[in-house]
Design a protein around this ligand. Structure first.
Ligand SMILES: Nc1ncnc2c1ncn2[C@@H]1O[C@H](COP(=O)(O)OP(=O)(O)O)[C@@H](O)[C@H]1O
Ligand SMILES: [Mg+2]
Length: 262
């Protein structure tokens, strides 16, 4: 994938030929210096922005080939986002924030049940009726994790989810995020500066100046590159539900090279 942003008469190349595949149930940490393209990569993977060249496939579907409404539905159902600054809507309660992704797809009754379960799971059920401004940072991020997971997405994209939390709270939030995606068999792509958190991921990819300099091994590629059944084994994913699936998310550009896993 290539992504450029205009800057004056010139442009910045935010992503300069990134080729990355993430298998179902796999957790991938994205590391690299500020400005290396990490957030841009997540935005493209989740369909929040589009590449200038290359293809983004989620669950085998090319995002560029989807109508606007279909892409919106895919983002709502199949992708969950967790951001550094939580991005909860301040005038809605915690429960209403978590319910939002469900409202267009389910009956209000089914949505309420899922919301209660999600809030329970992340430990903020007692905060359901509060406004985000009444919560601590850790509680806000827990609520945001509940919102990201409530629709049972195939892929969760987290951009420095602990960047605004103290280290003890951040550790607890990362533990929670790791547990809930593992339970659900959800693929996780997480930008982090926390080397310990990165080390606990199945794989670490390193960006520098918009290029992948490490960890680009293609696994579980939907186009048939790589052996999906072996991916879970190689990555140490023990959850059978997440193994041998088509790729949960496949961010790919250009001709597929030979499988890089080894
Ligand atoms: N919306 C935008 N408009 C202009 N430039 C942008 C935009 N988003 C990102 N960039 C530029 O692209 C590069 C990569 O940014 P980003 O993906 O945010 O990096 P990171 O998340 O690794 O810090 C930077 O040079 C940044 O200034
Ligand atoms: Mg960023």
């Amino acid at each position: 994938m290539v992504k450029r942003f205009p800057r004056g008469a010139e442009h910045v190349v935010a992503l300069d030929g990134i080729d990355l595949a993430v298998a179902a149930g796999e957790s991938v940490a994205v590391v690299g210096p500020s400005g290396s393209g990490k957030s841009t990569l997540l935005h493209l993977a989740g369909g929040l922005d589009v590449p200038d060249a290359g293809t983004v496939r989620v669950d085998g579907r090319d995002l560029a080939g989807l109508a606007v409404a279909e892409r919106a539905r895919l983002r709502r159902r199949d992708v969950g986002f967790v951001f550094q600054f939580f991005h909860l809507l301040p005038s809605l309660t915690v429960a209403e924030n978590v319910e939002l992704p469900l409202l267009l797809d389910r009956s209000a009754r089914a949505a309420r049940g899922a919301v209660a379960g999600a809030l329970q799971r992340v430990g903020v059920a007692h905060r359901a009726g509060h406004l985000p401004g009444e919560l601590s940072g850790g509680e806000m991020q827990r609520a945001a994790i509940a919102r990201a997971l409530v629709a049972r997405p195939r892929l969760v994209l987290a951009d420095e989810p602990t960047g605004n939390l103290d280290s003890a709270t951040g550790r607890a939030v990362l533990d929670l995020l790791g547990e809930v995606v593992r339970e659900a068999g959800t693929a996780l792509v997480m930008v982090t500066h926390d080397e310990a958190a990165a080390a606990r991921s199945d794989r670490v990819v390193r960006l520098l100046d918009g290029r992948l300099v490490d960890g680009a091994a293609r696994v579980g590629d939907a186009a048939g590159v790589g052996d999906a059944a072996g991916v879970g084994d190689a990555a140490g994913v023990g959850d059978a539900a997440g193994v041998g699936d088509a790729a949960g998310a496949d961010v790919a550009a250009g001709p597929a090279p030979a499988a890089g896993r080894g």
